[in-house]
Ligand binder design. Structure first.
Ligand SMILES: Cc1ncc(COP(=O)(O)O)c(C=O)c1O
Length: 338
């Protein structure tokens, strides 16, 4: 199984991109202006201090509890390098980089694979796991685990890593643990998805000061660039948070109507209670449907590279109705032609 396969390798060639979960039409002009303006300061080495303070304030934390990183991806690698788990557990299906980073650092990984509607029973996680990694909301299932279920996973001697790269898809972020000071809890956030900054590389870790210090020592010097730090500060402004919230509400409506339309297609199963910016669906002979969608101009994300899924599973990004209505019509014609 290719853990390093991601949606970006499915796009290109003029296809409509429903494979990558980065918001389209982003970044907004006001944010692009701030990033452009930061170019004037490129002669100096980056100073992460102001971004740390701004990110900490956004989540009601101290600056010593925050480490800006070159995207969430760098955070997974740093954690894998500094932690010494004897029994690491990754809850799947989820984004595969956390497991890839652990394996690359030489750690054995045990998979806990959810099925059914992909909700989590904390009892499924072995008691002796001293590292548990989980996504919330989860890519690719779009399932949002309740904060109470996640906190039930925390215990002395265990590091619990919650990847909240898609947390700002959920209006009000009711299940986010970003402000929580639970011992052993690590929360990873990303600016990639909502702000369309995949190419800038900007995310951050929230954790206890001791672990933040250890991660900072392992991080390459000046890892997060001046433009990325400027974007991090800009996206913590009240105006930016309000803008993201407005988008998250619009996304909710678009996603729920797309889920209803897809569920009505012959043979389609859509994972219920989706809360992120994508839907996971299973179709009979899904891999050949995916191939046929490509001939009709649409790239969707294959599911077969996610542990716990298989080739019948497809992940579809939620785009505005003018994109999704013709997509659903094409998919329906493929399904009815069989
Ligand atoms: C769940 C999840 N976490 C983290 C990432 C990586 O985010 P970043 O671009 O901040 O490295 C992705 C990217 O696809 C993702 O899907």
């Amino acid at each position: 199984m290719d853990l390093r396969h991601h949606g970006d390798t499915e796009v290109g060639g003029g296809l409509v991109d429903l494979a990558v979960n980065v918001r389209t039409g982003m970044p907004p002009e006001w944010l692009a202006d701030i990033i452009r303006d930061s170019v004037g300061g490129l002669a100096a080495y980056p100073d992460a201090g102001p971004a740390r303070a701004a990110l900490a304030a956004r989540h009601g934390r101290d600056p010593g509890e925050v480490l800006p990183t070159a995207g969430a991806a760098e955070a997974f690698v740093l954690l894998a390098r500094v932690l010494r788990p004897r029994h690491a557990v990754v809850v799947h299906p989820q984004f595969t980089e956390p497991e890839a980073a652990l394996r690359a650092a030489g750690h054995a990984v045990r998979r806990v694979v959810l099925d059914g509607d992909f909700t989590l029973d904390p009892a499924a996680v072995p008691d002796d796991a001293d590292l548990v990694m989980i996504g919330n909301p989860t890519n690719p299932t779009s399932v949002l685990h309740p904060a109470a279920i996640l906190t039930a996973l925390a215990r002395p001697g265990r590091t619990l890593v919650v990847d909240e790269a898609f947390a700002d898809c959920v209006p009000g972020e009711p299940e986010s643990l970003a402000a929580s000071r639970l011992p052993g809890l690590v929360v990873i956030r990303s600016l990639t998805k909502t702000w369309g900054l995949a190419g800038l590389r900007v995310g951050y870790v929230l954790a206890e000061p001791d672990l933040i210090r250890t991660l900072a020592e392992a991080q390459p010097l000046w890892s997060v660039s001046t433009p990325a730090l400027a974007a991090a500060i800009a996206c913590t402004a009240p105006r930016a948070i309000a803008e993201a919230e407005t988008w998250a509400r619009a996304l909710t409506a678009d996603r729920d109507s797309l889920a209803a339309a897809l569920s009505a297609l012959p043979g389609a199963h859509v994972v219920p209670h989706a809360r992120a910016s994508f839907l996971l669906l299973r179709l009979p002979d899904g891999e050949s449907v995916r191939t046929r969608l490509r001939t009709r101009g649409y790239a969707v994300r294959r599911g077969g590279t996610f542990p716990g899924l298989g080739p019948d599973w497809l992940r579809v990004a939620v785009r505005p109705p003018h994109v999704m209505t013709p997509f659903v019509a094409e998919l329906e014609s493929i399904l009815r032609a069989r």
